[in-house]
Design a protein around this ligand. Structure first.
Ligand SMILES: [Cu+2]
Length: 352
């Protein structure tokens, strides 16, 4: 497998894409043929805007189908589909070649179903990973997940493992029950997601007002991301700010879906990979976090003269504080989210 040479860049979830392609290529016959009477319903998985706001929801959240109908997911953001009641752990510690190693959960990274399979409890779709040279957008567009609901009438819940709280359900009803058409379902799904984005837009403005770019007292408060219901905003508020030498910055990750990191300085040669792909001696694939996700500083630390700080994973609800004693400009980034940047400008203490 020459694929093991690639190190994947981009998003934390941009992992093992190569393998997925290989697996799907090997396994899938793409020959799900259904009776003409069976309908196909499309559910939209998330919606990401170019300005960092995303809807962490399936639209529509609930879709009714008849037995034998197909449900297809159209991915408009980085998500997966897992037929389970609760999400799997994102990172697990595995024995790899006799050593305990934290790795991106293979149950999430790699698919256990292929397009056109009949529903099976606990099956999961894998994640929409770019192949080398492919853009994340192209990877999303090419990512196909569909399932034939040839199962007893009832409610079948599913989750996105990447965004705990992002849940959907498929209700299978008997043939006599009238249900909305695929076109109506598509319209409902779009409207549900638009409403989430609209609420997120409003929250975005509120965050700009709520987090001014100066310290209050001796500490500048920065919101690492924003959250409004199931809308997530992948930006720092404020993105740039000015403090005085000796003051601190506290980043807080709002309760919600998205973890972040605080890393400084900016990398010299492009974005570092946050995960690396490897094969163990049994030829099993693994996706391992790299050094950029490994903490080298504790909250409360003073920024060293070379300014090399890595917070490690900051989970929703967690905070991280740094004290800046030396004047200068300190750009930083989140190692999990491309385009998530901020800058702290530190002025000498006597001036403002
Ligand atoms: Cu982030």
């Amino acid at each position: 497998m020459h694929a093991i040479r690639f190190r994947l860049v981009l998003n934390p979830l941009v992992i093992g894409g190569l393998l997925i392609v290989v697996l799907i290529g090997l396994a899938s016959s793409h020959n799900a043929v259904h009776a003409a009477t069976h309908a196909t319903y499309t559910v939209i998985a998330g919606t990401d805007t170019p300005y960092g706001l995303g809807a962490m929801a399936f639209g529509p959240q609930t879709v009714k189908v008849h037995r034998g109908d197909t449900v297809t997911w159209q991915f408009m953001g980085f998500h997966n589909v897992h037929f389970a009641q609760k999400p799997a752990d994102l990172v697990v510690v595995s024995q790899i070649d006799g050593k305990p190693v934290p790795e991106f959960n293979p149950a999430i990274a790699f698919p256990s179903m292929k397009p056109g399979d009949v529903y099976k409890a606990d099956a999961s779709s894998g994640v929409p990973l770019p192949e080398p040279g492919q853009s994340p957008e192209a990877a999303l567009a090419a990512f196909t997940v569909s399932v034939v609901m040839d199962v007893e009438p009832g409610t079948y819940g599913y989750v996105c493992d990447l965004h705990p709280g992002m849940v959907g359900s498929i209700v299978v009803v008997d043939d006599k029950t009238q249900i909305p058409s695929p076109a109506e379902v598509a319209k409902t799904g779009k409207a549900e997601l638009e409403a989430i984005i609209a609420a997120g837009d409003k929250a975005y403005m509120d965050l700009l007002r709520k987090f001014p770019p100066q310290a209050q007292g001796d500490t500048l408060q920065v919101s690492a991301g924003g959250q409004e219901g199931v809308a997530a905003i992948i930006r720092f508020f404020p993105e740039s700010a000015t403090i005085l030498a000796g003051q601190s910055v506290t980043w807080t990750v709002p309760k919600g879906f998205e973890p972040h990191t605080i890393n400084l300085p900016l990398p010299k040669d492009g974005r570092p990979s946050e995960f690396a792909f490897m094969m163990d001696s049994n030829k099993r694939p693994h996706v391992l976090p790299t050094d950029v996700l490994t903490a080298n500083a504790k909250s409360g630390a003073e920024v060293s003269p070379d300014g090399n700080i890595k917070s490690g994973f900051l989970l929703p609800g967690q905070g991280f504080t740094l004290r800046f004693t030396k004047p200068g400009s300190y750009p930083y980034f989140c190692a999990l989210h491309p385009n998530m940047f901020g800058t702290i400008v530190v002025l000498p203490a006597e001036q403002k």
